[in-house]
Design a binder for this molecule. Sequence first.
Ligand code: F6P
Length: 547
Amino acid sequence: MADITETSEWAALSEHQGELATRNLRELFADDPARAERMTVTAGDLFLDYSKHRATGETIARLVALAEKAGLRDRIDAMFSGARINVSENRAVLHTALRLPASAELVVDGQDVVAEVHAVLERMGEFSDRVRSGEWTGFTGRRITTVVNIGIGGSDLGPAMAYEALRDYADAGIDARFVSNVDPADITGTLAGLDPETTLFIVASKTFGTLETLTNARVARRWLVERLGDEKAVSRHFVAVSTNAERVADFGIDTDNMFGFWDWVGGRYSMDSAIGLSLMVVVGPARFREMLDGFHAVDEHFRTTPFERNMPVLMALLGVWYTDFFGAQTRAVLPYSQRLARFPAYLQQLTMESNGKSVRADGAPVVAQTGEIFWGEPGTNGQHAFYQLLHQGTRLVPADFIGFAEPFEDASAGDGTPGMHDLLVANLLAQTSALAFGKTAEEIASEGTPADVVPHKVMPGNRPTNTILVPKLTPSTLGQLIALYEHIVFVEGTVWGIDSFDQWGVELGKVMANQLTPALTAEEPSGDTPDASTAALVRRYRELRGR
Ligand code: F6P
């Protein structure tokens, strides 16, 4: 595998960066006001304005040339056709098959994966309908009013984020809670106030071997059985989502009440598989399918649109541009939607577990910087917290602003002041404009600002942003947004030459935690600790716990 940083396309971008580094967005817009209209693209219902980037048409052409050099076209075809592109685990990467329509066909290793996907969707739909209608009851015959999803990482963040995003669509009187952390505060806080007779637990774990999930599930089972006084209650109150039927059975959940998926679905790409069962129960199978159709619309856009007009490709390449040519460390994701409060956290796993790699797919060290650090909070809250650094700090923080034209439900004070949603959107637009164009010392001085204060008020501008404008937050547009970022990760990973679908870096800590637990809990202190610092901390912990 060639090192991408050794290519002439990379060198051309380096040189081009030198030219653009001295130019600012005020100049770029003055030279070419039409860029505001031209540097836009649509994918499904998503509209992207990428004009406020430190980039010109030439930049885009050079970035596209880099993507072509990295073999992006072939990689896209390979992923969609089920090739084993997750090389270190020798697996296909087929989350896009989870949202293919039933009429499609995709045969991988002799199996029509579309038929399998839709068979599981059917079972999920039947189960969800039974719970929603009250036909499926708890052990004492009462209908289910709360589902508790027990999972972590990809088996938690996706459904938890989507539940928050789509809770306006919950129409069956069922709410959801999510437990993930092995911190006892999580499960005890979640169970507090719940009625065991009306609670359904969904234990979601791809491997069904994850310490946090199995521990939380055992605690929940004990809580249920103690309160309902009968082991037999478990089968009415626990269902599982997993790829591992044997472990599900070992845990004591009837595999008739298990919903499967496949090793070709990575954990962080699984919220549209059976891992989304809690969401489906809450919003119903029809809404869930609308979400899948949304994913599919952006999959098709990604698969078929020329790179110059391909939204995930453009956003990914601009990510590479800032990461590798401007030295940016992070990317802020700023949804102007309270409902998307968990979206940045969801994206953190999706992007950082995927692209936080320092070897290439062939095992050689990477030379480029990889893995953007994603972070963010909903606007407008973030404006009153960390935006100061975005506007006037010394670091370059490219940011994605996500806004919606229509709210699910607007509100106003009723005194002639604008509706709340218009205020929200006005803030989004104000921020991207201020970040791009800033305010000069002359402009500030001309307002009568004392000379000694002027430098403090200068807004440097030239801070790049994407603005993604969406008609409304719906199941479909949520699916579209998620698919957009999934494909951004893929394109960046392709340019960097890494395997975006394994996550070996999380394994060592898991093994060591298992080894360390006895050192914390054993009656007698043992010398079984990996290093001097950890040994000292273990001693301190034991002392504090009186052990
Ligand atoms: O530890 C990382 C990880 O393996 C994630 O990739 C995954 O989403 C999460 O743990 C949970 O895994 P599982 O669904 O197998 O419980």
